[in-house]
Write a new protein. Structure first.
Length: 217
């Protein structure tokens, strides 16, 4: 496989954490969600942020394992990209956890038993699914956010997630990779936008902890 280009690597390095932490200096106000709803995402902006937090937990856990136990034949260039993505996902997870404060859902227990972490095809195929699902989730949830500051934060994060999808697709296809997003975008080149009710069932096989969105419309 052709080595990953420095320009792509630099894009990941410099556009990720800085963008996602742009509003990390402020903690979100208390939303009054009851501890009894700990297994549920909650409603309103709380619910949307917990929804994003759940997905970022999943992605951060996945890439942490990928970097910890690299697949067979992983090149240094590939590991640099995957490590950068891991660091972005951890930054997103921590930002959302801090923003939600005591109203954050608990840490989720993941289930990656269906993934062969020794296989390049299995790892990158899963990464492709996770990244595109994440983009579709942010796109679909944007309309549910009321506070413009939270919407700006979500926009910063989803822009980084979109770069991840392109990076993973280039890793899969190498220098001859077709247009980024092929198979995941519509005929106009636009990414999908999925509702929480559509996204959570797709993520559920990888999450042991029960996560519901009963109050999140």
């Amino acid at each position: 496989m052709t080595e990953f280009t420095p320009s792509r690597r630099h894009v990941l390095k410099w556009t990720g954490i800085a963008a996602s932490l742009a509003v990390a200096g402020s903690v979100l106000p208390n939303f009054g969600i009851s501890a009894a709803l700990a297994a549920d995402l909650g409603s309103g902006d709380t619910g949307v942020l917990n929804y994003a937090y759940a997905l970022e937990q999943l992605e951060a856990a996945f890439y942490t394992q990928v970097v910890k136990t690299p697949y067979k034949g992983a090149t240094k260039a590939e590991l640099r990209v995957l490590t950068s993505i891991r660091d972005h996902e951890i930054a997103h997870r921590q930002f959302l956890k801090k923003a939600l404060g005591k109203h954050a859902i608990p840490s989720l227990e993941v289930d990656f038993s269906a993934i062969d972490f020794t296989s390049r095809k299995s790892v990158l195929g899963t990464a492709d699914v996770f990244e595109n699902l994440g983009v579709a989730a942010y796109n679909g949830a944007g309309q549910l956010i009321k506070n413009v500051a939270y919407l700006a934060a979500a926009g910063s994060i989803v822009s980084v997630e979109a770069r991840h999808t392109a990076a993973i697709q280039e890793l899969i296809g190498g220098a001859s990779a077709k247009a980024a997003g092929e198979g995941h975008v519509d005929k106009s080149g636009l990414d999908a936008a999925l509702s929480p009710g559509e996204v959570l069932p797709k993520a559920a096989p990888f999450i042991k902890t029960a996560v519901t969105a009963n109050s999140l419309v």
